[in-house]
Design a protein around this ligand. Structure first.
Ligand code: NAG
Ligand code: NAG
Ligand code: NAG
Ligand code: NAG
Ligand code: NAG
Ligand code: NAG
Ligand code: NAG
Ligand code: NAG
Ligand code: NAG
Ligand code: NAG
Length: 382
């Protein structure tokens, strides 16, 4: 009996594997969803005929469409980079089991993101990056409580405010309680003063990309730092006029931290930076900060491979070759060290020859003098 069961079990496993491989060929799509997709196509301008397959037959086989292998519902639409224009049809609302919608790298004529997208409640992945949307991001997106990934990044940076996305009130972001990955490059947050408090209530957030968001403020005090899983934080190219807030150094899960190109971050970077022991990439360049307390502590960051601290106000208080603390602990990990234009004096230290994994060393535009140490010759990966 057991042997028979075992054989049956193996056979059914084999069958499942075969069925999955060719799944979408066999699944026939549901009539009402097929009609909804045709309606979607009818308001899209498709100069490159990327939707040519969207006409007859099984819609589960159309370009960019995936259906669930059992329920047959359309579950994914991926029309990334398809030169699409025109209107996004509300017929998408018929697709109540859609979990993945990617319309990135198209050109929707600088119209606003349609409000009804916030009603496709099944969505887990929404990518509208560089799709030519502008205007206020609809707060209805806050209803997407299953969303794991939201990408609204926009690279149309040089254009006027008529051509960018805006978030004036970020409160709706705090409702996206399943969110893990938020990318908002280029979205105008000028008036969204509670952005940090709103993001702090996302319990699962791992990735926060807020580059070029015109952020002006960052709270110095954050009573409860909730960012338990945050490992990627990019706040570069904003206009934050502040000292580096101490709560940042409580986010010990951070692996990637980029605060560069704000120009207005100022003051002493606290030695507590040594608490971020998982940090792999640290980018602090182009700020008015003083690193003289922090730099000698970085030896504690046993995973640090990339350190950028260019164009800062002050790096150290002493000649470079006298840099103490435990910076030299980084010798076995550091691959890139960039300390350009930061008023370094003294000479290039002999101990730099111990940084055996170094591939890039930038120390130009400082006031270094003296002998170039022969230990540099040990850096065979440079
Ligand atoms: C359907 O897909 C799921 C997930 O991709 C898979 O685990 C399951 O085995 C598939 N079922 C069939 C009958 O193909
Ligand atoms: C879009 O597609 C074109 C050609 O198909 C390709 O050259 C380009 O790199 C793609 N762009 C992106 C962002 O994927
Ligand atoms: C969104 O789509 C673009 C390509 O169109 C891709 O580069 C990017 O990684 C996607 N974002 C996410 C978060 O998956
Ligand atoms: C969320 O959805 C509800 C109905 O499902 C709607 O009444 C509400 O306006 C939506 N919220 C937002 C912020 O749009
Ligand atoms: C950003 O938003 C602010 C406030 O609405 C506005 O004054 C500014 O012009 C906008 N800038 C851009 C480039 O969108
Ligand atoms: C921390 O996250 C929890 C769960 O999402 C939330 O209830 C709480 O309000 C958050 N705390 C703060 C200070 O935002
Ligand atoms: C930063 O803000 C302070 C006031 O808080 C102000 O005095 C100073 O001029 C600002 N600095 C810059 C560069 O905007
Ligand atoms: C950094 O760690 C030290 C020692 O564990 C602790 O006393 C200090 O409060 C931490 N700093 C921050 C900002 O959490
Ligand atoms: C680096 O120095 C700090 C303070 O001087 C110390 O707490 C830490 O343990 C040192 N780390 C290593 C790896 O030596
Ligand atoms: C560099 O390493 C050598 C041996 O590996 C060691 O003797 C020397 O003290 C180190 N130099 C510095 C400045 O850490």
């Amino acid at each position: 009996m057991l042997i028979i069961l075992y054989v049956l079990c193996i056979q059914s496993t084999l069958f499942t594997v075969t069925a999955t491989n060719t799944a979408n060929n066999f699944i026939t799509c549901l009539q009402n969803e097929r009609d909804a997709l045709l309606q979607f196509k009818s308001t899209i301008i498709d100069p490159n005929k990327n939707l040519a397959s969207w006409s007859s037959g099984n819609c589960c086989n159309w370009r960019g469409i995936r259906c669930h292998n059992i329920t047959r519902h359309v579950s994914r639409i991926n029309l990334r980079n398809s030169s699409l224009q025109g209107e996004i049809n509300p017929s998408l609302l018929t697709l109540q089991h859609l979990i993945h919608l990617d319309l990135s790298f198209n050109f929707f004529n600088f119209k606003p993101i349609p409000q009804f997208i916030g009603s496709i409640k099944s969505l887990r992945y929404l990518n509208l990056s560089n799709a030519g949307f502008s205007g206020e991001v609809p707060s209805s997106l806050g209803n997407l409580s299953s969303l794991h990934v939201l990408d609204l990044s926009n690279l149309y940076l040089s254009l006027s405010s008529d051509y960018v996305l805006h978030v004036s009130d970020s409160q709706w972001l705090s409702q996206l309680t399943a969110l893990q990955n938020l990318k908002m490059t280029g979205v105008n947050f000028t008036y969204a003063s509670s952005w940090l408090q709103d993001l702090n209530s996302l319990p699962h957030i791992k990735i926060l990309g807020l580059r070029y968001c015109r952020l002006q403020t960052i709270p110095l005090v954050l009573p409860h730092v909730n960012f338990t899983y945050l490992n990627f934080l990019d706040l570069s190219y904003n206009r934050i006029n502040s000292t580096i807030p101490a709560w940042l150094f409580k986010i010990t899960s951070l692996e990637y931290l980029d605060l560069s190109w704000n120009f207005k971050f100022h003051g002493l970077v606290p030695p507590d930076i040594r608490n971020l022991t998982y940090l792999n990439v640290l980018v602090l360049s182009y700020n008015s900060i003083d690193m003289s307390l922090a730099l000698s502590q970085l030896g504690n960051l046993r995973n640090l491979q990339y350190l950028y601290s260019d164009y800062v106000r002050k790096l150290i208080n002493c000649p470079f070759h006298e840099l103490g603390g435990n910076f030299s602990e980084l010798a076995t990990t550091l691959q890139l060290l960039s300390l350009r234009h930061s008023k370094l004096t003294g000479s290039l230290p002999r101990w730099i020859g111990n940084f055996t994994n170094l591939q890039f060393l930038y120390v130009s535009a400082n006031s270094l003098s003296g002998e170039i140490p022969s230990s540099l010759g040990q850096l065979s990966g440079l």
